[in-house]
Structures are given as C-alpha cells and as structure tokens.
Ligand binder design. Structure first.
Ligand code: RP5
Length: 168
C-alpha cells in the first residue's frame, strides 16, 4: 500500500490497521469513503509492534480534523481498543479474518471492551470493513449536511441496484 496515494490533505476519517497485510480488507473502507467523497488517511500502526506510533497519531488526530477513527486488526486485535482508550473520538473496530481461527479471535478481542471505553465493532473481514466506512459516513453526516445528502443518494442507488427477479 502506498500511503501517499491514499492520504487526503484534510482527512476527516482516520483508517488505521495493524499490518500491511490488513489492507486488502481495509481498502473496502477506503473505497466507500472515496465513493462518498469523504477525505481520509490510511496508516499502518500496531498496538503491540509500534505502540509509540499509535499514541503519537491518536494524540494529534482531533487537532488535525479527524472526526472518526476506523481501526482494523487481526488475532489479538487490541488496536481499536487501545485507540479508544486514548481519545473520546468515536472508534469503529474492524476484526480481520484470520487463518488460525477465522476471525473469531479478532472479533472477540475487538468487541469485548471493558465498560467505559466503547468500540463500535463491525463484522469480520471485507463486509465489516465496508460497513465501517458507511458507519463513519453516518457519523460525518451528522456534522455535515452535504455528506448526509450523498449518503442518502448512495443508499437509494444501492436499493435500486438490487433486482427483485431471480433470473436475468
Ligand atoms: C495483527 O496481526 C494485524 O492486524 C494482522 O491482522 C495480523 C497479522 O499481521 P502480519 O503478521 O501479517 O504483519 O496485528
């Protein structure tokens, strides 16, 4: 992943992931934000392997205009929870699919937060990553009527794209 390619100058959403190996799933988040013209930045940082990078990035997030954080991680997936412990910005967790346990490890690590530090946890893998982007868009829509209007149009188009007939 080239981060430059995926960074906007004034990001409103921060997409972070524990490893570059998470990008094939997390790009689903980026794609839907791009579709909705919501500026984002995408970064690799790990709660375990690069804790100082996590702290530095989270501590600057609000001042740089980030409104929502989406964190994807797999296995002992503490990234979203650690980020939520460092900021009161809304944090959306995306549990990555894993080869060892199918992502159940990531799901439970992300969703089972202690009382007081919430992480809005999506489903495992690609669908969760896309829904995380849409959930972030819904939060941004509450702050920006133009985003609300684009999200409404997106939903109408999605509805219109679902055929009722079972054959072509
Ligand atoms: C987690 O470990 C990452 O979020 C990733 O899902 C998983 C495997 O990472 P790599 O070994 O591929 O770097 O921290």
């Amino acid at each position: 992943m080239s981060n430059d390619e995926h960074c906007a100058s004034n990001p409103r959403v921060g997409i972070v992931m524990g490893s570059r190996s998470d990008w094939p799933s997390m790009k689903n988040t980026a794609e839907v934000l791009k579709q909705l013209s919501i500026p984002y930045e995408a970064k690799v940082m790990s709660a375990h392997r690069t804790p100082a990078r996590v702290h530095a990035w989270v501590n600057s997030a609000r001042d740089r205009g980030i409104q929502v954080i989406i964190a994807g991680a797999g296995g002992a997936a503490h990234l979203a929870g650690v980020i939520a412990s460092l900021t009161s910005l809304p944090v959306i967790g995306i549990p990555m699919q894993t080869s060892a346990l199918g992502g159940l490890d990531s799901l439970l690590s992300t969703v089972q937060m202690p009382r007081g530090i919430p992480v809005a946890t999506m489903g495992i893998g690609d669908a969760g990553a896309r829904n995380g982007g849409l959930f972030a868009a819904a939060i941004c829509a509450g702050l920006d009527p133009e985003v609300a209007s684009r999200l409404e149009t997106f939903r109408q188009e999605q509805t219109a794209s679902i055929p009722e007939s079972v054959v072509d």
